[in-house]
Design a protein around this ligand. Structure first.
Ligand code: ADP
Ligand code: MG
Ligand code: ZN
Length: 480
């Protein structure tokens, strides 16, 4: 039986969250919460005679992304009109870049299954976002707050060979956009949108198969699910002797299936031509250098620094740098004196659990980095044991507060008083002669049961190392 290999390329639309829009002075607002049509003017509502002016900050943002993706920044930039009719596109055309995009020929390396894989970036071009159509109560309404928001379209080469590669790439690209400060990465708000072009071909074949393009994917998870479904569908179709039809598809979140939206018989004719209201934009080398010099530390560099400077595990470093706020939190905790690996463990364990459960960012937790470090300090100082520390953290996550004060107020301090523990150990051995006999008769596994009894007596607060020593000693003493 023929096996099939998937081939996938991505088109990514990232809004550039500048202060003002691409070609006018209107504010870029959060369109999911702002009253409709208040961030609009004669330019972005396409009044006759209104003229566009290029937003310098948007160009800088686009350059940041291009440089971070190892692209060449083109000196000569041309804006073009892409004509099509849509109710949320008031001009009847979108200003975009066609033949002369701002960035081209880049790449991004990703780690998948312990291997580095290079994904080619074909181009990135500047354009303007459209408005939004809203369908309510039998009416179709339009909100133009988003019309003219700067948008960067990033197009990859068809270099993906698995959905795992897709997922790692998408997460990394999103992280980079956040690091660069050009986008907050919240796909549910539509500021970052992925479209997957999916084809399959017999394994080993050279030529690419016919692709379908899946649009309107509102999360990375949806993109992965939709692509996986499409790979299966196309492979089964080809295996049964059928042919894939080039088309635009949507994805049904509920059924997990793709569906046909539009079948392309011919290439669309957008009648591209140079935008007559905007002269070519010439980007001087000095400006590119300035932007390059201002790039922040990006995820790969940060990961390398976490490993080299702090000696934490590779996988933990990878996890921490995937979210800028988390990476900053880690940096702040280490700066406040937290042992790096212990801090990383708490973040990737307990804090991530809370963030995932409650869908919160690390900054929205009640536990600032200094408080986590203070908690770790209490464990180091043997004031509390690890289990108690988890309880204290739970309280901190719920109510906030200083870990030392919580331990004090609730009497959670570890019992390290040898005399007190010794009395408890003696009593438990005294009260359970059969278990002592069984243990001494060779059932070593019972040791844990004795530890458990002491912990129960002390409501989990006993110094575990001390309990272990005392028990071992006292049990041995009963051997004769
Ligand atoms: P268009 O602009 O018509 O959508 P492009 O040729 O510019 O088409 O390609 C768009 C995206 O589709 C790119 O990400 C590219 O890598 C990807 N792509 C092109 N051909 C294939 C194919 N046969 N299989 C999978 N992806 C493809
Ligand atoms: Mg396309
Ligand atoms: Zn405007």
């Amino acid at each position: 039986m023929t096996s099939y290999e998937p081939v996938i390329g991505l088109e990514i639309h990232a809004e550039l969250l500048t202060d003002s829009k691409m070609f006018c002075g209107c504010e870029v607002v959060d369109t999911t919460v702002t009253a409709p049509n208040i961030a609009t003017c004669v330019v972005c509502t396409a009044q006759p005679g209104a003229l566009p002016v290029v937003n310098r900050e948007a160009v800088t943002y686009a350059m940041r992304v291009g440089l971070a993706l190892n692209c060449t920044i083109n000196t000569f930039n041309q804006f073009d009109r892409k004509s099509y009719f849509y109710p949320d596109l008031p001009k009847g055309y979108q200003i975009t870049q066609y033949g002369h995009p701002i960035a081209a020929d880049g790449w991004l390396d990703i780690e998948v299954g312990g291997q580095t894989k290079r994904i080619g970036i074909r181009r990135a071009h500047m354009e303007e976002d459209t408005g939004k159509s809203i369908h309510v109560g039998g009416y179709s309404l339009v909100d133009l707050n988003r019309a003219g928001v700067p948008l960067l379209e990033i197009v990859t080469e068809p270099d993906f060979r698995s959905v795992e590669e897709l997922e790692v790439f998408a997460r990394k690209l999103r992280a980079i956009l956040v690091y660069l400060g050009v986008n907050h990465g919240d796909m549910s708000k539509g500021v970052l949108r992925f479209e997957a072009n999916v084809s399959v071909r017999p394994t080993g074949a050279e030529v690419l198969g016919t692709r379908t393009e899946i649009k309107n994917l509102n999360s990375i998870r949806s993109m992965v699910r939709a692509s996986a479904y499409e790979i299966e569908r196309q492979s089964a179709l080809l295996a049964a002797g059928g042919e894939v039809q080039q088309q635009t598809m949507g994805f049904n979140e509920t059924t997990g299936e793709t569906f046909t939206q539009r079948i392309k018989e011919t290439a669309d004719d957008y009648r591209y031509f140079p935008e007559p209201d905007l002269p070519p934009l010439i980007i001087e080398e000095a400006w590119v250098d300035e932007v390059r010099a201002s790039l922040p530390e990006l995820p790969d560099a940060k990961k390398a620094r976490f490993i080299e400077a702090h000696g934490i595990k590779d996988e933990d470093a990878e996890t921490l740098v995937g979210d800028l706020a988390v990476a900053d939190y880690f940096d702040a905790a280490v700066a406040a004196g937290g042992d790096p690996q212990t801090t990383a463990n708490w973040i990737t364990g307990e804090l991530f659990r809370e963030m995932n459960d409650k869908n919160l960012t690390v900054d929205a937790l009640n536990v600032p980095p200094e408080a986590l470090v203070a908690l770790i300090g209490l464990v180091d100082a043997d004031t509390i044991n690890n289990n108690t520390a988890k309880k204290v953290l739970k309280i901190m996550l719920e109510e906030g507060g200083d870990p030392g004060a919580i331990v004090e107020a609730r009497g959670l301090a570890q019992i390290s008083d040898e005399g007190a523990l010794e009395a408890i150990v003696d009593r438990i051995l005294e009260e359970n002669p059969e278990n002592v006999a069984t243990y001494l008769g060779g059932k070593e596994g019972l040791f844990g049961w004795f530890v458990g009894q002491v912990m129960r007596e002390t409501r989990g607060k006993a110094n575990a190392a001390l309990v272990n020593d005392l028990l071992a000693e006292k049990l041995e003493a009963r051997r004769e």
